[in-house]
Design a binder for this molecule. Structure first.
Ligand code: FES
Length: 261
């Protein structure tokens, strides 16, 4: 799913996270060398790297939190993973904030300080592992493009009852989709070879976003584990999902695509 916080489709969170990773790892390395070689210049460098790491971690957290709120599909296994990723990073940051204040002491206990930094860097590795899974497996921040059918399409609507015009007929090419946020509902409107269809943007297996998948031959395939659903009836065509997806009424009227809620 395309990130809500992006620069020309490039998600901002992955652009920023190499900075705290480099600064916090540098903090640990410069501290260890400065401590073991009794070199005050290295210790001073560790101090400034610690400050830079905290500032850039806070900066990277902003788009990360926005992605957690608005990009990761709700009620999904990815949402739980993203929550764990965020909590692990917060604990990691707390370690380095404590380390920052502790190293301002005239005679800090270097063993304790190093221990804090090692715990922080270890947590950062675990959080990074989960972040990698969110991107490479859950495709959070991935901008889907439909072959010959245009870019990712998404729109918000405030009215969640009655009939709503959600697209124009020429906006959607065959086998392309558009994600609709209708208040707290996420609905996909798609064009098949012979009609328009609409269905809930939630795979019944583990909550993957179907808008991030692909449609062909009146079927949509979930991008997470490959479940396939009939977009006309909602029935499961291939597992691991076992339950059908919810289908909505949609029709074309004079070039307008009308969704009925
Ligand atoms: S979430 Fe597993 S197949 Fe969709």
């Amino acid at each position: 799913m395309k990130s809500k916080v992006n620069i020309k489709s490039h998600p901002l969170h992955p652009i920023l996270i190499p900075f705290p990773i480099a600064f916090f790892t540098g903090t640990l390395l410069f501290h260890l060398i400065g401590w073991l070689m009794d070199n005050p210049d290295f210790l001073k460098t560790a101090y400034y790297l610690n400050i830079a790491g905290i500032l850039f971690a806070l900066l990277a957290a902003v788009p990360g939190f926005m992605d957690f709120l608005y990009t990761v599909p709700p009620k999904s296994s990815g949402k739980k993973r993203a929550a764990k990723h965020g909590i692990t990073n917060v604990i990691m940051l707390v370690c380095f904030i404590i380390a920052f204040f502790y190293r301002r002491d005239e005679t800090p206990n270097h063993f304790l300080l190093a221990l804090l930094e090692i715990v922080g860097v270890s947590l950062m590795v675990v959080a990074g592992w989960m972040g990698g899974t969110l991107v490479y497996r859950n495709q959070i921040g991935v901008d889907i493009r439909y072959a010959n059918a245009g870019k990712w399409k998404e729109e918000n609507f405030t009215n969640d009852s009655g009939e709503i015009q959600v697209a124009t007929a020429d906006e959607l090419k065959v086998n392309s989709m558009k994600l609709l946020h209708v208040k707290d509902k996420r609905i996909v409107v798609a064009r098949t070879e012979d009609r328009f269809v609409a269905f809930e943007d939630r795979c019944t297996h583990k909550g993957g976003s179907l808008a991030g998948g692909s449609t062909i031959c009146n079927m949509v395939q979930c991008p997470w584990h490959g479940s396939q659903f009939d977009v006309i009836t909602g029935a499961v065509k291939a597992g691991p999902a076992k339950e059908a997806i919810k289908i909505y009424q949609v029709r074309e009227d004079g070039g307008k695509i009308i969704l009925t809620l």
